[in-house]
Design a protein around this ligand. Structure first.
Ligand SMILES: Cc1ncc(COP(=O)(O)O)c(C=O)c1O
Length: 376
């Protein structure tokens, strides 16, 4: 008998994983205030759930696998060519498709340090090297440091703008300088998951670059400002050959009918998006000031969350603080997986919830009863 080698698949090799909430076993999470996942506390626009429910009534039929009506709705809103849009099962799927289309073992995927963790995961999935460029003070993206690290094996440069978990926005002029200086063999992916919360010209310029350059792609999501995280809906806009590549690689029915209908309804409800963005802007300012007053170092945010470092002398790690807060009914995100073990990322929520959370955080920072590290 011929030796066919070991039976079964090769052993799975663990990669970097998403650890959104660290070790909370044993804590009852029902009814907790969710400020850990950058969800939209104002929910989806009126009419979105109804549109999804109406589409669910024909759940026995396959939905349009090309998402034509949804792409038209997105294109109309942003003044784009619908033929250069591809929809995804969340923008996460689109980032993954970028890796599958353009990265191979030995290639490099470049991004600023402390970028959205999926960029490293995409590289790992493809056997490509994840290359991080150092940041400037205050987690500012350093365009020159990024350009310095571009080499012949660099295939993709991911830039989340604003970035998660830092909340930092890269000014439009810096993004243009990066796009201008980037060699043609590198695809610049401008991840605009939080674009609606930032300066309007940041998002508009990203789309303009993707319209005119052969190597710029924009990804956007319905998960954040549109309040539709569970719908799993995102889209990408860019050069026709890049869109074709992603379109060929995606799952054929990657976006379900209820999600498509919900997306179309949401695009027509721009007043809601504006209200969500205004709420995030006002409330992140309040939360930032409150945390700073309690001794936290706070990074100015252009998104719907705030990144804050536990005060000097606080005996708790970020993970321990997250467990303490979860036991008290508040979920926030620890950031050890982002190499930021003393930092908490807190989503902007309802004021009353944030007031109570801020009191807890102040107690933790001050080493009060809630801050007693012995009780973890
Ligand atoms: C920067 C960034 N990009 C992309 C995503 C993916 O979001 P989704 O797959 O829900 O569209 C997220 C989610 O948190 C994010 O923070």
């Amino acid at each position: 008998m011929t030796d066919r080698g070991a039976p079964g698949p090769r052993p799975y090799q663990e990669g970097r994983t998403l650890t959104v909430v660290p070790r909370l076993d044993g804590i009852d999470l029902s009814g907790t205030v969710r400020l850990h996942a950058n969800e939209c506390v104002l929910g989806p626009a009126p009419g979105v759930a109804e549109a999804a429910a109406a589409a669910a009534a024909t759940a026995h039929r396959y939905a349009d696998v090309t998402c034509a009506a949804l792409r038209r709705a997105i294109a109309e809103r942003h003044g784009l060519d619908p033929g250069r849009i591809v929809c995804g099962n969340g923008s996460e799927e689109l980032l993954d498709l970028v890796g599958r289309a353009y990265a191979r073992p030995g290639d490099e995927i470049l991004f600023p340090a402390h970028s959205f963790i999926q960029f490293a995961i995409v590289a790992w999935r493809m056997g490509a090297a994840a290359v991080e460029a150092p940041l400037g003070p205050g987690f500012a993206v350093n365009v020159d440091a990024l350009l310095d690290r571009v080499g012949p094996r660099t295939r993709v440069l991911f830039l989340a703008n604003p970035n998660n978990p830092t909340g930092v926005e890269v000014p439009a002029r810096d993004v243009r300088r990066l796009a201008d200086a980037l060699p043609a063999h590198v695809l610049l992916v401008l991840d605009g998951a939080y674009a609606e919360f930032a300066a309007p010209e940041t998002g508009q310029q990203a789309l303009a670059l993707a319209a005119e350059r052969p190597n710029v792609l924009v990804t956007r999501t319905f998960s954040k400002a549109y309040g539709m995280a569970a719908m799993r809906l995102g889209w990408a806009f860019g050069p026709a050959p890049v869109i074709r590549a992603l379109d060929n690689l995606r799952g054929i029915g990657n976006v379900g009918g209820p999600a498509q209908a919900a997306g179309i309804a949401a695009m027509a409800a721009q007043g809601h998006v504006a209200r969500v963005a205004a709420h995030a802007s006002a409330e992140r300012a309040w939360l930032s000031a409150r945390l700073a007053a309690a001794g936290f170092a706070v990074i100015p945010s252009a998104a719907n969350f705030v990144l804050a470092r536990l005060p000097e002398g606080c005996a708790l790690s970020g993970d321990a603080a997250v467990r303490r807060l979860a036991a008290a009914g508040y979920l926030v995100r620890a950031n050890a997986d982002y190499d930021l073990p003393d930092w908490l990322r807190i989503t902007v929520g309802h004021r009353a919830d944030m007031e109570r959370l801020a009191d807890r955080l102040a107690a933790i920072a001050g080493g009060g009863p809630d801050g007693d590290p012995g009780a973890t």
